[in-house]
Design a protein around this ligand. Sequence first.
Ligand SMILES: [Zn+2]
Ligand SMILES: [Zn+2]
Length: 138
Amino acid sequence: MSDLLQRLRGRGWRMTAQRRVVAEVLAGEHVHLTADEVLAQAALRLPEISRATVYNTLGELVLLGEVIEVATDGRAKRYDPNAHRPHQHLVCSGCGAIRDVHPVGDPLTDLPPSERYGFTVSAAEVTYRGWCPECVAA
Ligand SMILES: [Zn+2]
Ligand SMILES: [Zn+2]
């Protein structure tokens, strides 16, 4: 069972076959799928699943804080089930591959007070860009 599915069971999330399939697709490490990719994979397991259900379920999982929305410039939003371990993203400029990374130090505390303009800062997103080994080799 995926971590996400386990967490959702734990919090008593109303489980239907369609919602379960969406949660099952969002399993594993370094998972950052667009809504359409979630739909395509979910449909392999449950052909009758509807686009609306997939989109609604993703929205609900984001509201619950169990899935994070990742915006990668210009490309479609991605959904990341690694919602409970703070991490940043390493993105390939060639193929768009995304890895979860854990920089040494906390980007949130790295911002000095003089650069906060009085804001109460609650989150930081850092995107590291470069070329993955496959794209370098190609
Ligand atoms: Zn690449
Ligand atoms: Zn991630």
